[in-house]
Design a protein around this ligand. Structure first.
Ligand code: ZN
Length: 189
């Protein structure tokens, strides 16, 4: 819980393609849990709290450190609170599959055609610098894989299978969201 009176820092999320050069850079490992890293995690949480996304990586707010937030449980309908992963690494992966991807640095874009492991085991430090190791599958595995990609300058567009389709989310007059295949989105009047 945040104490009354402390400030909330919502950071600007870098956007593709405008900020691609920054999003393509590789992030540096974290050596210890100092105040800088703690406030980075707080900023990431404050920023993700304003978004519908299931994850956010430090480079997306312009900080090239190996820190990400992930929110598990998307498939159950209610996401868990964000879990901070410091220096996350993938230690084992299952077979590849195609699945859903979206990115806060590419608002309004989505695909069902990225290729990622169907399950994986990762290890990381948590926000208390405790070593953790977990096995995740389905959407949770996609989220971890996607966020670690950001630390290496990789975007979901790079993971799309050949001939994969990209969709634009459009809202109709009732506020309902529709996915329109990119390329058709702008020609339908
Ligand atoms: Zn992303």
């Amino acid at each position: 819980m945040r104490e009354w009176g402390t400030s909330v820092t919502v950071r600007k999320i870098l956007l593709y393609p405008k900020d691609e050069a920054a999003l393509r850079r590789k992030s540096l490992g974290v050596k210890r849990l100092d105040d800088e890293v703690k406030s980075l995690i707080t900023d990431l949480k404050d920023t993700l709290a304003t978004q519908a996304g299931a994850g956010l990586a430090a480079p997306q707010i312009g900080v090239l450190r190996r820190v990400v937030l992930v929110r598990f449980g998307q498939e159950t309908g209610e996401m868990d609170p964000p879990l901070a992963l410091i220096n996350p690494i993938i230690t084992a992966t299952g077979p590849l599959g195609t699945g859903f991807d979206g990115c806060l640095s590419m608002p309004g874009l989505a695909t069902w055609d990225t290729i990622r492991p169907t399950w994986l085991i990762f290890s990381a430090r948590d926000e208390n610098w405790k070593q953790i190791k977990r096995r995740v599958e389905g959407i949770d595995a996609i989220v971890v894989h996607h966020e670690i990609d950001h630390l290496n300058g990789v975007l979901f567009l790079d993971r799309m299978e050949k001939g994969g389709k990209l969709y634009v989310v459009q809202k109709d007059e009732n506020g309902e969201e529709h996915f329109v295949e990119l390329g058709k989105a702008f020609s339908s009047g």
